[in-house]
Design a protein around this ligand. Structure first.
Ligand code: KG4
Ligand code: ZN
Length: 322
């Protein structure tokens, strides 16, 4: 049983053997945050308090199981909104204690990279992993599921955050990623060009500059602003740097497998351009299904399966370990 409450979502899922998703329930308070243009932590955690029990019950029912049939509990430990994390962790700990089943506490960002492995034909290891979400943009080397080596990360905004902020300054609403993706598809090309910083010699990213470039371009523009073209150019700028860094990371780590996860992994241009680049460079690239790109508990249960702690030795009558 996986439980995830790191941001605006309350999610529970049942996964068998770290591979097969038996159920995957996600309830989001996104609509309540939309008027503010971002997630309000207090609203998120209050909703999670209300939703956690019914969501877990629904995940069990959808899997056709009862609580006693759960072998282990996994929960997002970090990173995330503190009040939100607390709801999931408290619930998971209570569940593990009551059922006398082990509890695995996993890192949410690393769990995003487990999503492509929830498949009947999972990628092979070692692999380079790119996480592109609303809060994180990181490259990892995954030797096995216990060891994730950080290769590089954003120095400022995350890729999803750049999508959200750019959409906001273009007056397109929140969350910005899907709106920009749709508009860019409509435009199909652009005379405008925006570039994200290359950060040469590193596997780090920086996306705050490209967002500011869009802002200045819009402020200077005379006449009706070509929103769709600007969205296309911004998306191209972000995607090309993501693809380039992935190729560099695979080369540096001498691996032919690339996995991508996180909300921005749903982006149609990223999926297309990464797949094209992989083909040209004989790399094997794996994306999760769209629903597993977004925050979910199946990825938590999946990674948790590999992180189940060994049972503690019990204490005897006089506190002695036997
Ligand atoms: O992984 P996620 O659900 O939550 C975090 O852990 O942050 O990612 C949410 C992010 C948001 O910034 C959203 O704008 C972005 O993913 N996103 C997209 C697309 N769909 C969601 N970004 C670009 N293109 C998309 N199609
Ligand atoms: Zn996430």
């Amino acid at each position: 049983m996986g439980i995830e409450t790191s941001c605006d979502e309350t999610a529970a899922a049942v996964v068998r053997g770290g591979r097969t998703v038996l159920s995957n329930v996600v309830v989001s308070s996104l609509k309540e945050h939309q008027p503010y243009g971002g997630v309000i932590p207090e609203i998120a955690s209050r909703r999670q308090m209300e939703c956690i029990y019914p969501v877990v019950a629904k995940a069990l029912k959808a899997a056709g199981l009862n609580l006693r049939q759960i072998d282990a509990v996994a929960v997002t430990q970090e990173p995330g909104l503190i009040g939100s994390l607390l709801v999931g962790i408290s619930f998971a700990r209570a569940l593990s204690f009551a059922l006398e089943k082990p509890l695995a506490q996993v890192n949410h960002v690393q769990a995003h990279l487990y999503a492509p492995f929830l498949s009947p034909a999972p990628p092979s290891l070692p692999a380079v992993g790119l996480v592109v979400s609303g809060g994180h943009t990181s490259l990892y080397f995954i030797k096995d599921f216990r060891r994730f080596q950080l290769l590089g990360q954003t120095r400022d905004d995350a890729a999803g955050e750049a999508f959200d902020k750019t959409a906001r300054l273009l007056g397109l609403g929140y969350p910005g990623g899907p709106v920009i993706d749709r508009l860019a598809q409509k435009a199909g090309g652009s005379a405008i060009s925006f570039k994200a910083a290359a950060m040469p010699g590193t596997l780090d990213f920086s996306f705050s500059g490209i967002k500011t470039a869009v802002l200045y371009h819009k402020q200077r523009y005379q006449g009706r602003y070509p929103l769709a073209e600007a969205a296309y150019a911004f998306q191209e700028g972000v995607v090309s740097v993501l693809v380039e860094k992935c190729l560099q990371a695979c080369l540096r780590m001498k691996t032919k497998t690339l996995v991508v996860g996180g909300g921005v992994a749903a982006n149609s241009a990223l999926r297309r351009k990464m797949s094209d680049a992989a083909r040209r460079n004989s790399l094997d690239v794996h994306f999760p299904s769209i629903s597993l790109c977004m925050d979910n508990a199946a990825m938590i249960a999946g990674l948790g399966y590999h992180r189940i702690p060994k049972p503690k030795r019990q204490r005897g009558k006089h506190g002695k370990i036997f």
